[in-house]
Design a protein around this ligand. Structure first.
Ligand SMILES: [Zn+2]
Length: 98
């Protein structure tokens, strides 16, 4: 379900660092509000993306560290350029993503 939902948003990689390990990828609400949406509607984001009842224009795919960094930068803009996440690539490039 995660792979299908993320595929509706864009290529299966972090928009910021290029991480392509699906285990580390998450949906980011570009304008914030992800926690509010979760509290109001519950854990249905992937299902709503897949069935088309939830648009994706305000969503992007980020790795978990970049998703936290994005939150930090919205809260503390002065950190911009001072914190980065680096994706070193898959440990085993022949490994099939789950
Ligand atoms: Zn990333």
């Amino acid at each position: 379900m995660k792979r299908v939902a993320l595929s509706k948003i864009g290529p299966l990689r972090c928009a910021w660092c290029g991480c392509d390990d699906i285990r580390a990828l998450e949906v980011n609400h570009k304008n914030g509000g992800g926690t509010k949406e979760y509290r109001e509607i519950g854990p249905t984001l992937y299902r709503r993306i897949i069935n088309g009842t939830r648009g994706v224009a305000d969503l992007e795919i980020l790795c978990s560290p970049d998703n936290r960094l994005e939150w930090l930068l919205r809260r503390f803009p002065d950190l911009k350029g001072r914190l980065t996440v680096t994706w070193a690539g898959a440990a085993d490039p022949t490994r099939e993503a789950p």
